[in-house]
Design a protein. Structure first.
Length: 260
């Protein structure tokens, strides 16, 4: 099989065996995959998830000037901010979660560093909560650890596997938000955890836990050239888990790890 993603890892969760890997130990930007760490740290804080928090001017993306469907001045619950950050990868929502963390942004970053140590993610560095910074970096190996840890939070698993949700924002109107992963809700796919990411530096990225053909697996894909290429890689990994032949197109070859 050939992969479009420049870095990848697939692990069989039952056996712990590595099924596929490609440049899995190289440190690279991770874009919005960061938001899984943000979510874990916020939930660890035991902050009131029903508390209303506001989206403020300082939550706007000043680095890449990305757009958001959440207007400044919106008042939403912390739980809704978590939904927006994880499901539709909203940067303002993620920034607001760090800003309103007990003790503020500084305390948030201390908690992130502690979490990285606790999870054994020794090759991961996170500067901020959204993933917009190219200095948020990790390896596919470390991100498998993050995915498996995040999946132990029922709130994260539930939110990231929702196809869509409706939230009332500043203007009082209900706005529908959709999952950024097209495989969530797709027939034949049992997605247990999901997070996509994209920046110019990181390329198209994906973390998923899936159950296919009775097998549970964690997969990490980093730096695919397009979202369609990332999707093709995920589909082919699904076919691998189901013992079907891959339909991959052009892409650099990867190592298929065989276990005797």
């Amino acid at each position: 099989m050939r992969l479009n993603s420049q870095h990848a890892m697939v692990v069989d969760e039952r056996s712990g065996q590595i099924l596929l890997e490609k440049n899995a130990s190289e440190v690279v930007p991770i874009a919005s995959l960061t938001k899984l760490m943000t979510a874990m740290v916020v939930l660890d804080s035991k902050a009131n998830m029903d508390e209303k928090i506001s989206i403020e001017e300082e939550d706007k993306d000043q680095l890449k000037h990305s757009r958001s469907h959440v207007p400044v001045g919106s008042s939403i619950t912390r739980r809704e901010a978590l939904q927006l950050a994880l499901m539709s990868s909203d940067n303002r929502a993620a920034a607001s979660l760090a800003r309103t963390y007990p003790g503020g942004n500084g305390a948030f970053m201390v908690a992130v560093k502690s979490k990285l140590i606790a999870l054994g993610m020794g090759h991961t560095f996170i500067r901020e909560a959204t993933g917009l910074s190219p200095e948020n970096t990790s390896t596919a190996v470390d991100l498998v650890k993050m995915a498996q840890a995040a999946s132990r939070y029922p709130e994260i698993a539930d939110i990231t596997t929702d196809s869509e949700d409706t939230i009332s924002l500043k203007d009082g109107r209900n706005r529908e938000f959709h999952n950024t992963n097209r495989l969530v809700g797709k027939k034949g796919w049992d997605v247990l955890l999901s997070k996509t990411g994209f920046t110019n530096e990181a390329g198209n990225c994906l973390i998923m836990r899936v159950k296919l053909a009775g097998k549970k697996a964690t997969l990490v894909l980093l730096n695919a050239r397009a979202s369609s290429a990332r999707l093709m890689d995920a589909l082919n990994i699904g076919r691998l888990l189901e013992n079907k032949p891959a339909e991959s197109k052009a892409g650099k070859s990867l190592r298929h790890v065989r276990h005797r």
